[in-house]
Design a protein around this ligand. Structure first.
Ligand SMILES: *Cc1c(COP(=O)(O)O)cnc(C)c1O
Length: 374
């Protein structure tokens, strides 16, 4: 069976975990957390990063930092993971769902402005499959209407918009290191903060509402309860695992890009035959998070998935439209979001992981071409 995903281990993970355990500093913000921070801040060049236990937690921190309250409106795509918006719903926000583009599942930037009201507080672009949303337009609208921008960059490690790192453009960004992403720690995430105003409070929120981080830096002589917060920081054991992955970021990315390019070379000829292959706008780079096809309709997708399954190849669909979810359908304002529904019905993701061999990629592509040629 060719699985859809297989977590890749670089080989150093358990060494670093053993070392972290031997340090006897296995709660948060230990040696390996610092190494990860250094990697992201010094090598990658993010302004400020805080490791969290998940991207979901990073998004919840963002919602607290932006003081989201009952009735605030957040504009977000419906074609996304639940956590993108749930983090804001937890604080009382109303989600104003926006449709995806025809070209790819990213939010349709040209539809944003008509949805902005005096209650709108946040724009929440999701870089689907690690492909950048049109951030210049989003930031322009945010500035014009005085809104915050949170990038859901869960899938967007090592990806760029006009040469700028995804995650470095909005006021904040949330990344995921869940085992299905390019760089993993089992569960894990990170909040990136690009606006100085939020940095100090973010540390407090992450540390149960205390100024413990400032205390450990010697900036205050005792620490206490200064704000709301929760426990968002991961154990140093998680950071140790993550650091082993980060050291191999380029190697992991090179292999994934090779796989992605091999798929695309064989499958892009299907484009236009009622099938859509990934579209990467000129302003976006490709971090090879995902290779997907968009079928003509649900029936065709069901048949394609079954066809691949018959050859022991696992392919999977993705998000169900959130505006039609059991939880939100009554709260949604009834607008139709046809592109969202189309991706929900028609998008299928192909196996994509470091150890997928060239022969396996050829086999999968061959089976797909066979399906469409018969
Ligand atoms: C994976 C993912 C998340 C959630 O990440 P966790 O680390 O599992 O909380 C959120 N948004 C998007 C777009 C994702 O792909």
């Amino acid at each position: 069976m060719i699985t859809f995903n297989k977590p890749y281990l670089t080989g150093k993970e358990t060494d670093y975990i053993k070392d972290a355990v031997a340090n006897l500093k296995i709660s948060g913000d230990g040696v390996y957390t610092k190494k990860c921070n250094e990697f992201f801040e010094k090598i990658i060049g993010f302004k400020k990063v805080l490791l969290t236990t998940s991207c979901t937690d990073a998004l919840e921190m963002a919602a607290i930092l932006m003081d989201i309250k009952e009735g605030d409106e957040v504009i977000a795509p419906s074609y996304t993971f639940v956590s993108t918006v749930n983090a804001f719903v937890l604080r009382g926000a109303k989600i104003v769902f926006i449709d995806s583009c025809k070209e790819n599942p990213n939010l349709d930037v040209d539809a944003i402005e008509a949805l902005i009201t005096p209650r709108t507080k946040v724009l929440l672009p999701v870089h689907y499959a690690g492909i950048a949303c049109d951030m210049d337009k989003i930031m322009e609208l945010a500035e014009k209407h005085n809104l915050y921008v949170v990038e859901d960059a869960a899938q967007a490690i090592d990806s760029y918009y006009k040469g700028r790192k995804l995650g470095s453009i909005g006021h904040m960004a949330a990344f995921s290191f869940h085992e299905t992403k390019n760089i993993i720690s089992g569960e894990g995430g990170m909040l990136v903060i690009n606006d100085d105003r939020f940095i100090q409070r973010a540390e407090i929120i992450r540390e149960k509402g205390t100024n413990r981080s400032a205390f450990f830096r010697g900036e205050v002589d005792k620490y206490g309860w200064v704000d709301i917060g929760s426990s968002f920081l991961p154990s140093d054991i998680i950071a140790a695992f993550l650091f082993a992955q980060l050291e191999n970021l380029q190697d992991i990315q090179n292999r994934r890009r090779k796989i992605w390019d091999t798929y695309d070379a064989q499958l892009k000829k299907l484009n236009g035959k009622g099938i859509q292959t990934p579209h990467i706008p000129e302003y976006a780079s490709n971090n090879a998070h995902m290779y997907y096809l968009v079928c003509k309709d649900l029936e065709e997708r069901t048949k394609l998935i079954a066809h691949l399954k018959a050859s022991d190849i696992s392919s999977v669909f993705h998000y169900l439209s959130l505006h039609k979810s059991p939880y939100y359908t009554e709260k949604h304002d009834k607008r139709e979001l046809p592109q969202t529904d189309r991706y929900s019905d028609c998008l299928v993701r192909l196996p994509m992981f470091y150890e997928l061999s060239d022969q396996q990629v050829d086999l999968i592509s061959g089976r797909i071409l066979e399906f469409y040629n018969s």
